[in-house]
Design a protein around this ligand. Structure first.
Ligand SMILES: Cc1cc2nc3c(=O)[nH]c(=O)nc-3n(C[C@H](O)[C@H](O)[C@H](O)COP(=O)(O)OP(=O)(O)OC[C@H]3O[C@@H](n4cnc5c(N)ncnc54)[C@H](O)[C@@H]3O)c2cc1C
Length: 447
């Protein structure tokens, strides 16, 4: 006897009429029965033939006078006892039996998927560091699930990135190395990644929420018909092994936790600097799995004729997201010139100047410096928020900074709730005094 035959199904019961309650509504129960078990007598009341009753309960639901109920026959009561005994034993067989056939099929399919994958993004061999951050959080997820953490490396002459992936926590790397992948193109890359996913079936796939990553993840999820949660700020595993993907929703006013229940892999993108960078350990090693998906240059419609580097030069080239010290200004700075006092403080600390969206909208600072939900996510060692109220959309971009110093003249400003140190005062007095004190200390040290 196979395992399926041994499973005991919970009995559903059969329908019966409760005497004296039928109002002879016109035979609604008769028409609702999918097995034709109900006929009407001369009084317009149902005669229920339980021989063919499948216990669907449709007649019970449709009866306007609650004149029909379900009951268990003596045989079914016996089966119920056995079912309960099996349930108490808590066997997997029993748990599976509670599911509908469709649910059981989905469960069986998603169980085929194992492992946590991180796509290693690079441009011309230069890695987007968000990939290493994802290996950091991926390691925690893999540990909780008791599965492998794997890197996916696609490119041309990129084998060295597999070793870097091992240094950052992966124990295996799937390598697709071919000249056709020299430059990123959606079609070639998504086909390569989907080829690997279909062959090796990972349960989780993490991709950096960069321009390239967003493009790739969307194409992969669409092809695989699976769920993708963009811009996650938190990832964890629930007690059933599902990935909990947390991200701001409704303009950042609430945090939503999203699950991909019925399809695999569960895909998430995460912005740079949202997750901490894991320690790089060159003693770590792993296994490289080489793959050659059948993707030929002739099959790719897009051709790369020239690569133009559009990285900005001068002041706009400053990468706020990568800075270790950020002095940020908000609407309360009043004008562009006043940001000069923040620049002076930033220079003293070896940092850069950032800002809130209100400061960008007022034209005080360029968009590249904006911190927050629609700006950069930052994780500096020190974040000094000057005349910034602390709206949730700003906080989601900076609240993971190691030390937050807030300067605001309104003691009830929300920024103080996330601040390590709060200074209630006028930014035009407080900031210059801090800068002067730093200068003093520096000159004392030098003399
Ligand atoms: C969909 C969406 C996305 C958004 N994305 C972002 C984003 O990415 N980043 C972002 O920052 N915002 C974002 N916002 C806007 C956000 O809601 C706030 O409007 C914005 O952060 C407010 O900026 P602020 O704190 O500079 O200005 P305000 O809220 O006006 O606060 C100014 C603060 O300065 C203080 N102040 C004034 N003068 C002084 C002084 N002399 N000394 C000390 N303190 C003083 C005031 O007490 C006040 O707390 C977004 C909003 C939406 C709807």
């Amino acid at each position: 006897m196979d395992e399926k035959k041994k499973k005991i199904k919970k009995p559903r019961g059969v329908a019966r009429l409760i005497p004296g309650k039928c109002i002879a509504c016109g035979g609604r129960c008769e028409t609702s029965c999918p097995k034709g078990c109900i006929t009407m007598d001369d009084n317009g009341e149902p005669i229920i033939d339980i021989k063919d009753c499948i216990g669907c309960g449709k007649c019970v639901k449709i009866c306007p006078s609650e004149a029909i109920e379900m009951y268990l026959t003596p045989e079914e009561l016996e089966i119920l006892k056995q079912w309960e005994a099996q349930k108490a034993a808590g066997s997997e067989v029993e748990k599976a039996e509670e599911l509908t056939d469709e649910e059981a099929a989905i469960l069986a399919k998603i169980r085929e998927y194992k492992g946590v994958w991180v796509f290693v993004e690079h441009t011309g061999g230069e890695v987007a560091t968000v990939s290493w951050e994802l290996l950091g959080v991926g390691a925690d997820l893999a540990k909780t699930l008791g599965v492998e953490l794997c890197a996916v490396v696609v490119g041309d002459k990129v084998e060295h990135l597999c070793n870097e992936s091992f240094y950052h926590g992966a124990s295996k790397a799937y390598l697709v190395d071919d000249p056709v992948f020299h430059n990123y193109r959606t079609e070639s890359y998504y086909k390569a990644v989907c080829y690997l996913v279909e062959k090796y079936k990972p349960e989780i796939m993490l991709v950096g929420a960069t321009g390239l990553g967003r493009d790739l993840a969307g194409a992969v999820a669409t092809h695989l018909l699976t769920g993708l949660t963009a811009d996650c700020t938190g990832l964890s595993i629930d007690d059933k092994g599902f990935l909990l993907q947390t991200r701001p929703a409704f303009g950042g006013n609430i945090m939503a936790t999203i699950m991909t229940e019925c399809t695999r892999p569960q895909m998430s993108t995460v912005r740079p600097h949202v997750m901490p960078m894991p320690v790089r350990d060159t003693a770590r090693s792993g296994k490289i799995v080489r793959e050659s998906p059948p993707i030929k240059e002739d099959d790719i419609l897009i051709k790369v004729l020239e690569v133009i580097d559009d990285r900005k030069q001068g002041a706009d080239a400053i990468d706020v997201a990568a800075a270790e010290v950020i002095v940020s200004g908000g609407r309360g700075m009043l004008n562009e010139e006043n940001f000069g006092i923040l620049q002076e403080l930033a220079d003293e600390l070896g940092g850069v100047v950032g800002c809130s969206r209100a400061a960008v909208e007022a034209g005080y600072m360029p968009l590249e410096r904006q911190v927050g939900q629609t700006g950069k996510t930052v994780r500096p060692k020190i974040y000094i928020a000057c005349a910034i109220s602390g709206a949730i959309q700003h906080l989601v971009g900076m609240q993971d900074s190691d030390v937050i110093i807030a300067i605001n003249r309104d003691r009830s400003a929300a920024i103080f709730e996330v601040a390590t140190y709060g200074i209630v005062g006028d930014v035009f007095q407080v900031v210059p005094s801090i800068t002067n004190r730093l200068k003093e200390l520096r000159s004392k040290k030098a003399s």
